[in-house]
Design a protein around this ligand. Structure first.
Ligand code: A3P
Length: 255
């Protein structure tokens, strides 16, 4: 098995984080947004890169040449890395599958072990950036108190134009129909998979080994059915009911 480059995860307030993030924690914790800053807040593997590209395309009025000015990690730096960068909500089951494959190929994160082992790590919130349940519940409860646009990966997949239009309105932009159509096309999975500025093909193999699993892996809803056993699914449903008790959020698990 290839060596892992990262140090073990370190917990901050119960959330496991990469050690390099914790090294810079006071700087990250003290980050102050300006009134017109736009923060993209996602649980890992929920379509961060997708929404980043959509936001940039809207910001640049659909001009793809301007979106080619640099790799996505430089256009929208991750504040939690707080160092030169080298990141909606998505249903937990597909997210778990995507994260599992991401950890297989990302040598800076802990080895995920077998799928059975990873299932336990994920439901117990012991993955980098913590529990999916806490993240989603936290932002869902917050959505009416602040200027938050809550988006679902599955909705963007089902009707990209409608969801891109929501982002556009949230950003206070008014783009023509033709520009919107172009953004839908440019941010499709097929286009983004081939785009070196977003598909992580520029990241050194020692960090992300895309021969193990691509960053733009499948981009679908319902891949979890290829991984979850019947028993795992039953157990997951039970855990989900318990952890998400009392919340009105509803996820789509297949299209
Ligand atoms: P899969 O591993 O299920 O394919 P993040 O950017 O938060 O790390 O999320 C990565 C996931 O979003 C991957 O899921 C990736 O394929 C998917 N994704 C990225 N761009 C997409 C697009 N344009 N359309 C659909 N899915 C996309």
């Amino acid at each position: 098995m290839a060596a892992r480059l990262g140090r073990p995860l370190v917990e901050v307030a119960g959330v496991p984080l990469p050690a390099s993030t914790v090294d810079n924690w006071s700087q990250i914790h003290n980050f102050e947004a300006k009134p017109d800053d736009l923060l993209i807040c996602t649980y890992p593997k929920s379509g961060t890169t997708w929404i980043q590209e959509i936001v940039d395309m809207i910001e640049q009025d659909g001009d793809e040449m301007k979106c080619q000015r640099s790799i996505i990690q430089l256009r929208h730096p991750f504040i939690e890395w707080a160092q030169p960068p080298q990141p909606s909500a998505r249903n937990a089951k597909d997210c778990m599958v995507s994260y599992y494959h991401f950890q297989r190929m990302n040598k800076k994160l802990p080895d995920p072990g077998t799928w059975e082992e990873y299932f336990e790590t994920f439901v117990n919130g012991k993955v980098a950036w913590g529990s999916w349940f806490d993240h989603v519940r936290g932002w869902w409860d917050m959505r009416d108190r602040y200027q938050v646009l809550f988006l679902f990966y599955e909705d963007i997949k089902r009707d990209p134009k409608q969801e891109i239009q929501k982002v556009m309105q949230f950003m206070g932009k008014n783009l023509e129909e033709a520009v919107l159509d172009k953004i839908v096309q440019q941010t499709s999975f097929e286009k983004m998979k081939e785009n070196p500025l977003v598909n992580r093909s520029t990241v050194p193999k020692s960090h992300m080994d895309l021969t193990v699993s691509s960053f733009m892996r499948k981009g679908t809803v319902g891949d979890w059915k290829n991984y979850f056993t019947v028993a795992q699914n039953e157990r997951f449903e039970e855990i989900y009911r318990e952890k998400m008790k009392g919340t009105s959020i509803c996820f789509c698990l297949e299209l």
